[in-house]
Structures are given as C-alpha cells and as structure tokens.
Design a protein. Sequence first.
Length: 110
Amino acid sequence: MSGSVSRPMPLFTGKECLRLFRGNEAIGKITNLDSDYPWMGGKIELTVAADKYKNLWEFWTIEGNREKEPPFDIPEDIDEDWFIEDEQGNRTQIEFPAVHADGEVWWREY
C-alpha cells in the first residue's frame, strides 16, 4: 500500500485473547495467536452471530476459490466494518477474515 507505515508484527505470549467484531456485533473469541507477516491468526470460537458468514468462509477458504464468484449472493459491504479487539478494548480495523472449518482464523490489517 503506497504511503502506509510499516508496523512490526506483534509478539504473542500465547496467553492473549482477542475478539472478532463486525461493527458492534461480536463474531468470536480468538486464542492461540500466531503471526506470519502480513497475516495474524489463531483459533476462534464463533458466536451465533457468525452463522450468517459461514457459507462464505467455507467457500472462500477452499484452495483456489478466493478469486471465484460464490454460487450465492454476498453483501456488497462484506469487507467493511471488521475489527479485532484486544484485551484493553483497543480496536484494529481488518479485512474480511478467513475462518476455516477447523476453527483456524487468519486476518490482516487494513
């Protein structure tokens, strides 16, 4: 991204717990954090609010499907209003996260 400031990847101790939000709706709790620049990830325990995104996550996390159109409608604003919240309540805006069927989640900051 042109003009962006490079930030170092966080170092996780393994004890952190983050939360995934879309707007003010809690989507899940993330533990077992890891990073692989520019991605950050962990294990996610989804809330009921995540149900509406499961079809899209299942489709897009299949190798080679990310560039394809899913066989169902997706909201035009699907990439908007996603945040990771740390234990102090600080929020970081992220792109649409990749949540895998095995409970693994990966995201990167905007």
